[in-house]
Design a protein around this ligand. Sequence first.
Ligand SMILES: [Zn+2]
Length: 279
Amino acid sequence: MPYQILRDINIFQSSVWQTNAVVITNEAANIIIDPCYFPVEIQIIADFVNRRKSFNKLIIFTHSDFDHVIGYQYFKGAKLLAQEEMKFCDASLQLAQLKEIDQTYYIKRRFPFVYPELDITFETTQHIHLKDDELILFHAPGHTADSCIIISKEKRIMFAGDYLSDLEFPFVYFNIQAYQRSLELARKLVADYEIEYIVPGHGEVAAGQTEILTRIENDKAYLSEMVEKAEDLFIQGLQEHEIMEVLKGLKYRDEPITGSMLRMHSENIKMVLKELKSF
Ligand SMILES: [Zn+2]
């Protein structure tokens, strides 16, 4: 069921939203990142982890969105770790979204979902020492206030949470400028740690410098074009709905944005306008 990109790095991709859960098997601790999504899928991940003895189990949440925190109850005795802003996220909003989807698709969950209480939180960075490897977590707000990026130093992998997916342009729920800074941070980390793989929260793994840098540049270009055009039109005195209409025509990776993605794009434009007005 899982596939390995490197020894000890196991990826379980859900059949919904191509959401990636990761299990890093290590003698010091088994690390589980964002276990998800359907009950049967989470059970498979839990069985896989339980077959590999390790005294410690640690679940890392890349951020507070429901699709990334849904599976933790299947891992008995696991410690829960995330960036500290997660303590202040709108858990009721996440619960409502989860409930709506579960109701729509008649998904039956073995454990009634309770929003996780964290055992360990960090502010800016967190180091996790494993046998022959070290994970470093970096606070990278933008998608959400509590998003983080995880690096495996030895394996040269970046676990990017909801950044740098091949499936979607940036979804900015928190702040555009913070998102841009986090993309810059990602680029710096790729260089500093000679990253060879990026595992996004959704979609395919990016392998090799060309693909990695292309993803970063595409996302940066999308956001900076949106911000610059919005500023121009704002200065020209256009009304918000007029700016909205113009910006809806923005392209991402040279393709027009259409269908269900247009709604997410409009939300991003609203965020840009909100930040512009706050100056
Ligand atoms: Zn997600």
